[in-house]
Design a protein around this ligand. Structure first.
Ligand code: FAD
Length: 471
């Protein structure tokens, strides 16, 4: 068994791990990054953010060609879905980006170690791969092993009729009817993909609303829009059990609240996508053996500076919990290695945007209206409908609105919520504004190009002081 010594070993090459490795190399550290999967990029690049967005973009184009091109004066004849071609474009996007990460490792002289890591101590890791076992040592270890889909005991994943998001990004055929358990971002995004491609989609959700952590008014609006697109919702409903009969899944549900509490029923479908959340992935790492603390749900306990209780062992990303987002993992990775190098690394959790890539997209940063009002604080809320935005009209994307929330006492911007086409891009303005402690007035006074979608943000800021121009 060969042994190599590094300044830093990163375990996991997802967005948290690979970005941390690059930043550490920039700071002069000798870095190894261990990854058990053949391709770099983690969940985000291989099964998450990127493949799902590639399919969302392709399916949206198909849907528009079917439904709205004619409004632009474009006549379509013989429109057909070529699902294998759509999947292969998605795979190409992923492969190109995989190669990009490998290139960045090479450029930054990061050693990419293929294999599964197991911690032997706070400074040594054993890596098992097909070629054999290797031992690595380092002054610091950074755990960035991410997360995996949660499985329901009553419906274990079989990759065919009980599927996870990993399967749902690569189905060989469009299911006639797809039941999705869980109305979070992953369920709604993948539900949108398959609904646009022709599936009947029913979403079952235990809570009384979709996207329970986002602004209620905005999520209610989004639900209505998704319903108009054909998605059906069973809220306050528990998916109890399921069995396969003559090739079809019969899923039994029970209403858990509202007027119909206790009512039971069955959905018959081709497959069930279980999208009830993700669990921290620490399988086989040997964390407990070296003394790293885990919480009740198995997330690694790390302090504000990403240190675990074991000196020299750090953790970031999905595996420490909080918002399970790629950019949150990246920022934590950067902050952790900057702190290791003696710099002042920091993540501003108030300024982390959160996006649901449905159509329209729902994006938010900062506090929801419910959170802003929670402790009796006086707030000002400005709203502006996309229907009154010239560019949205020109694009034929006039659904949705922008909501801006400020503190009444000092005008400080505390939240922004956007339901609109390209909300994912628009929300960057809110993230920068909150990062710079901007006031609502700052947004209202900033000159926005005309005609553009971001003008709706300026108008919402003006509306907070009842002086919107176009509404
Ligand atoms: P991961 O990306 O999970 O990477 C962890 C890596 O560690 C993996 O490659 C794994 O193989 C490796 N690993 C684990 N154990 C070991 C071991 N013992 N030895 C070696 N390697 C190991 N987030 C967004 O911000 N935007 C989105 O649009 C978005 N869309 C998503 C869509 C879907 C369908 C899903 C499932 C997720 C999506 N996410 C999105 C979430 C995002 O993918 C995660 O938040 C992000 O990948 C977390 O990064 P990470 O580096 O912490 O972990």
């Amino acid at each position: 068994m060969s042994e190599s010594a590094f300044d830093l070993i990163v375990i996991g090459a997802g967005p948290g791990g690979y970005v941390a490795a690059i930043r550490a190399a920039q700071l002069g550290m000798r870095v190894a990054c261990i990854e058990k999967e053949p391709a770099l990029g983690g969940t985000c690049l291989n099964w998450g953010c990127i493949p799902s967005k590639a399919l969302l973009d392709s399916s949206e184009l198909y849907h528009q060609a079917k439904t709205t091109f004619s409004r632009h004066g474009i006549k379509m004849a013989g429109l057909e879905l070529d699902l294998p071609a759509m999947m292969s474009r998605k795979d190409d996007v992923v492969r190109t980006l995989n190669r990009g990460v490998a290139g960045l490792f090479k450029k930054n002289k990061i050693e990419h170690v293929r294999g599964t890591a197991h911690l032997k101590s706070a400074s040594s890791v054993e890596v098992t791969a097909a070629e054999g076992t290797r031992s690595l040592t380092a002054r610091n270890l950074l755990i960035a092993t991410g997360s995996a889909p949660i499985e329901l005991p009553t419906m274990p994943f079989d990759g065919k009729q009980f599927i996870s998001s990993n399967d749902a990004i690569g189905l060989p055929q469009v299911p006639k009817k797809l039941v999705i358990i869980g109305a979070g971002a992953i369920g709604l995004e993948l539900g949108s993909v398959w609904s646009r491609l022709g599936s009947e989609v029913v979403v079952i959700e235990f809570m009384d609303r979709i996207l329970p952590l986002m602004d209620k008014e905005m999520t209610s609006l989004l639900q209505r829009m998704l319903e108009k697109q054909g998605l059906k919702f069973r809220l306050q409903t528990a998916a109890e059990s399921a069995k396969v009969e003559r090739g079809k899944v019969r899923l039994h549900w029970q209403a858990s609240g509202g007027g119909s509490a206790g009512e039971t029923g069955t959905e018959e479908c081709d497959m069930v996508l279980v999208a009830v959340g993700r669990r921290p992935y620490t399988d086989g790492l040997g964390l407990v053996e070296i003394g790293v603390g885990l919480d009740r749900k198995g997330f690694i306990i790390a302090d504000k500076e990403f240190r675990t209780v074991v000196p020299g062992v750090w953790a970031i990303g999905d595996v420490i919990g909080g918002m399970m987002l790629a950019h949150k993992a990246e920022e934590e990775g950067i902050a952790a290695v900057e702190i290791m190098a003696g710099h002042a690394g920091h993540v501003n959790y108030h300024a982390i945007p959160n996006v649901v890539y449905t159509f329209p997209e729902l994006a938010s940063v900062g506090e929801t209206e419910e959170e802003a009002r929670a402790d009796g604080a006086e707030i000002k809320v400005g709203k502006f409908p996309m229907a009154a935005n010239g560019r949205a009209r020109a694009m034929d994307a006039a659904e949705g609105m922008v909501k801006v929330i400020g503190e009444a006492k000092n005008d400080r911007l505390v939240g922004m919520h956007i339901l609109a086409a390209r909300a994912s891009d628009l929300i960057a303005e809110g993230a920068v504004a909150i990062e710079f402690a901007a006031s609502v007035e700052d947004l209202a006074r900033s000159v926005h190009a005309h005609p553009t979608l971001p003008e709706a943000i300026k108008e919402a800021a003006l509306a907070a002081d009842k002086r919107a121009i176009h509404a």
